[in-house]
Design a protein around this ligand. Structure first.
Ligand code: SAH
Length: 341
């Protein structure tokens, strides 16, 4: 029954809402493996054995938001807050470029650095590395803010929608945040010509198969250029500290379904996936993902950008991280696409 739905998805690249609910609520391990094999071959048809790297600089953990799941939420008093200087961020890019990474993702909490300041920084990065891509991931800005960054040369923007169900969104965020605003931002980013990334947390508190079905319907309709999904992992200083960590298997299954729905999408095997399962990122690639996002922040701040507990890759410098990834990928028959933007 479920393999029939998986076959249907891989042929028509869409399912009806009820079909998503059935598939997500009743899949078993056989279905998951079946979907992974199909998704993996769909990915290799397009990307061959190549995995793309996008280096993330987590340049500030200051945040004005208070998302219930996130370790750097503003009410968490135990965070030592930091913001990297522009020079430090540029040296992260230098180290990443020397290691063969040509996409720099600038991520931070919300409101940490102003749009004019970020624009200046983006101009400097693009001036130094004109062939590299700059991706921004700093949350919800005004249309003018997004435009300013785009004018400065930003190519891409990552803004996960987190959950496409408004009531569920309301259980993960305080009242001052809303799904409708998040969605409005995504459409604005697209209007401005950004390559746009969306995505949801998998297994977040109160999430049901119906919510995930809505996520899939939204992703199908919006068809982002990139889709970042990762398992929810509790953080000890948040209201969700006692909530259950998401299973790697559900995340892997959804990665496969996303690949079958949108064969060409850029789909990372995330650090969170590598955190819930020691070979999670490799499993992600084997389930249809085609991107890995190594942490290129200075090692001295890595343990301060703790969105969730037990985050991996917080001790190795960029060059060593990339070598480690290369070894892991070669072991499963894949190669890094160096210097791909
Ligand atoms: N401030 C930016 C960046 C957020 S951090 C923004 O608003 O877009 C990047 C992503 O980490 C979030 O979008 C969220 O999906 C994920 N994240 C945050 N806390 C998490 C947790 N406890 N477990 C798993 N993923 C988490």
């Amino acid at each position: 029954m479920n393999t029939t739905l998986i076959d249907k998805l891989s042929v028509s690249h869409a399912l009806a809402y009820e079909e998503w609910v059935t598939l997500i609520s009743s899949y078993d391990e056989n279905d998951r493996v079946y979907a992974a094999e199909k998704a993996r071959s769909a990915a290799t048809d397009i990307f061959g054995d190549l995995v793309y790297l996008r280096g993330i600089v987590e340049f500030s953990n200051i945040c004005r938001n208070d998302c219930y799941y996130c370790g750097i939420r503003r009410s968490n008093q135990s965070v030592t807050r930091y913001t990297l200087s522009d020079e430090e961020i540029l040296s992260c890019c230098d180290a990443a470029y020397s290691a063969g990474i040509a996409t720099f993702v600038l991520q931070s909490g919300e409101g940490a650095v102003s749009a004019p300041h970020l624009s200046q920084l983006i101009r400097r990065i693009k001036g130094k590395y004109p062939d590299a891509a700059v991706t921004v991931s700093v949350g919800e800005l005004t249309f003018d803010g997004y435009r300013m960054l785009r004018d400065a040369g930003a190519d891409r923007y990552l803004l996960r929608h987190e959950t496409a169900d408004a009531a569920h969104y309301g259980r993960l965020h305080p009242d001052e945040m809303s799904l409708s605003h998040r969605m409005e931002c995504l459409y604005q980013l697209r209007t401005l010509g950004y390559q746009t990334g969306a995505g949801m947390m998998v297994g977040s508190p109160y999430q049901t198969a119906e919510h995930l079905a809505r996520d899939m319907m939204f992703l199908c309709e919006f068809a982002p250029d990139m889709i970042g999904i990762g398992p929810f992992i509790p953080h000890k200083d948040t209201p969700f500290k006692d909530e259950k960590q998401c299973s790697a298997k559900l995340t892997l299954f959804l990665i496969s379904l996303i690949r079958l729905m949108l064969p060409r999408v850029l789909l990372p095997a995330t650090t969170a996936l590598g955190t819930v399962l020691p070979d999670g990122r490799e499993q992600g690639i084997l389930s249809g993902a085609n991107v890995i996002m190594p942490n290129i922040s200075p090692v001295r701040v890595r343990d301060k950008y703790t969105l969730y507990n037990n985050k991996i890759c917080i001790n190795e410098e960029t060059a060593i991280c990339v070598k480690c990834l290369e070894r892991r990928l070669n072991k499963i028959g894949y190669n890094i696409a160096y210097f791909t933007r």
